[in-house]
Design a protein around this ligand. Structure first.
Ligand code: C5P
Ligand code: C5P
Ligand code: ZN
Length: 454
């Protein structure tokens, strides 16, 4: 069977129902997945409700089973809990891209077809493929791309590949999307250019990141001028000015002795949503996905979902307010990691943010902090306080993956060995463990990672 045929089989099963509960994950990929499924169900005349969870554990699943829904469609999660879904007798369709455990009759997951779920397709792409067989839903390609970019699936190759690429091409054909090579720094649609430098965390620009003054000085020195009182945005610049900034940044990084793979991340493919207004967060896939994370990761998935469903009024404004807080939290979190540093073990490094960083964003901060941490040969593990235990987040890099690292497997097994649960992808994974088990968990994880990369 092909992936597309698997998608069709699931779509046909969905069609047999009158109502469904869509259960999804609280991040950009989860929100776009839920929106794609929601729109498609609506168009197919199937009533639905949505429900978002931080993680799909046994207690979340029991709660869902208790609601006694006719059908549950899990999007961007579920593949790690197939046995529990079966044993709770939940009538379900699972549309996910995380590494699967167990089997299920209506389960669509790229890993079952030899497709990489961390680079070739995200939860939103899996869901988009599924609803392509549910009706005429190709106009949702832009949402699918926002989900893929939210999961950083374009990072490894500097562009989207695999099924993500096919979705992108469909979106380009129907006028929803455009892609081009451009500066990757965040905020090109909405922020004055010096802020792109000031807030650059990937790559981290020594002496510039974190400082408004040196960011402005850098631009002035190469002849980029303000217009009156105001700094222009990236999208307001002339092509030659953009080129000039990119060259100067590359030169700067080379002078700093930065490694080539870090410098390369300055430029890559960017994705523009052509149906959205220029100069707004939702015009750029990366800014859009951050806007969504700013809602769902702070218990406001309903706001992010409304934005995905097309609200550009009240709910959109609420999302922008949340975005400002989110940015502040990211900066504070990164500063904390910079100050505290990490503790090294043989095969990993870790930091424990206690209650200083929210468990729902500690993974994002761990990922961003790798650009300024010295020990690139060690994956980063982060802890944050959580209700009744500890949240674990981890991020690796492609060099380590080439050497055998699979964080999803290592974290899953280590968590299980101490009475917790977790999983994810080779490059990024997470878990929830009992508080008192932290040291034992670290020892188990250190040895598992050692076995993987030996
Ligand atoms: O839960 P989900 O699969 O949607 O999340 C994937 C996670 O993997 C994201 O948080 C993303 O930041 C992370 N990731 C990463 N580096 C990559 C690819 C994905 O940190 N190159
Ligand atoms: O929360 P964080 O961003 O660190 O999650 C990284 C990856 O691990 C995501 O793909 C997430 O879905 C997955 N994860 C998981 N089980 C958990 C926590 C995270 O599969 N308990
Ligand atoms: Zn995802």
């Amino acid at each position: 069977m092909t992936f597309q045929l698997g998608a069709k089989k699931c779509a046909e099963y969905i069609k047999k129902h009158k109502s469904a509960l869509v259960v999804s994950h609280i991040d950009a990929d989860g929100l776009t997945s839920a929106a794609i499924m929601g729109k498609a169900l609506e168009r197919a005349g199937i009533e639905y409700e949505t429900h978002f969870v931080k993680q799909l554990d046994t207690s979340a699943l029991t709660g869902i089973a208790d609601r006694n829904p006719e059908l549950v469609v899990f999007t961007d999660l579920g593949s790690g809990m197939l046995d529990a879904i079966n044993s709770l007798k939940i009538n379900a369709v699972i549309s996910d891209h995380h590494q699967p455990h167990g089997t299920h009759d209506h389960h669509l997951n790229p890993h079952l077809f030899g497709i990489n779920g961390a680079t070739e397709i995200s939860g939103s792409g899996v869901t988009y493929t599924m609803v392509s067989s549910l009706g005429d839903n190709n106009d949702l390609a832009d949402l699918a791309i926002v989900g893929a970019v939210g999961d950083l699936q374009h990072v490894k190759h500097g562009q989207l590949i695999g099924i993500n690429r096919s979705v992108l091409e469909e979106g380009t054909r129907n006028g929803a999307l455009r892609f081009e090579k451009d500066l990757l720094l965040f905020g090109k649609q909405t922020r004055p250019i010096f802020k792109l430098l000031q807030y650059s965390s990937d790559p981290y620009l020594p002496g510039i990141t974190g400082s408004e003054d040196t960011s402005i000085e850098f631009l002035k020195k190469i002849g980029i001028r303000q217009h009156g009182e105001k700094w222009r945005r990236w999208i307001d610049l002339e092509a030659n000015e953009k080129q000039q900034i990119v060259s100067a940044l590359i030169q700067f990084c080379l002078t700093c002795g930065m490694q080539a793979f870090n410098i390369q991340r300055l430029v890559g493919e960017v994705y523009t949503l052509l149906r959205e207004r220029e100069g707004t967060e939702v015009r750029d896939a990366s800014e859009y996905s951050t806007l969504l994370n700013a809602t769902a990761r702070y218990d406001h998935a309903d706001i992010g979902l409304a934005v995905c469903m097309g609200d550009r009024g009240k709910r959109y404004d609420e999302a922008i307010t949340l975005l400002n807080d989110h940015r502040k939290n990211l900066v504070e979190g990164l500063n904390l990691v910079k100050e505290k540093g990490t503790t090294k073990m043989e095969n990993l490094q870790y930091f424990d943010s206690g209650n200083k960083i929210r468990e729902t964003i500690v993974g994002i901060i761990a990922g961003m902090s790798t650009s300024f941490l010295d020990n690139k040969h060690l994956p980063i593990i982060a802890f944050a306080d959580s209700d009744g235990g500890v949240k674990v987040s981890s991020r690796g890099n492609y060099d380590l993956i080439r050497r055998g690292l699979n964080l999803g497997v290592a974290i899953g097994e280590a968590a299980k060995s101490v009475g917790g649960a977790g999983g994810g992808h080779d490059i990024a994974a997470g878990a929830f463990i009992p508080r008192e088990a932290k040291d034992e968990f670290l020892r188990a994880l250190n040895s598992k990672i050692g076995e993987q990369i030996r």
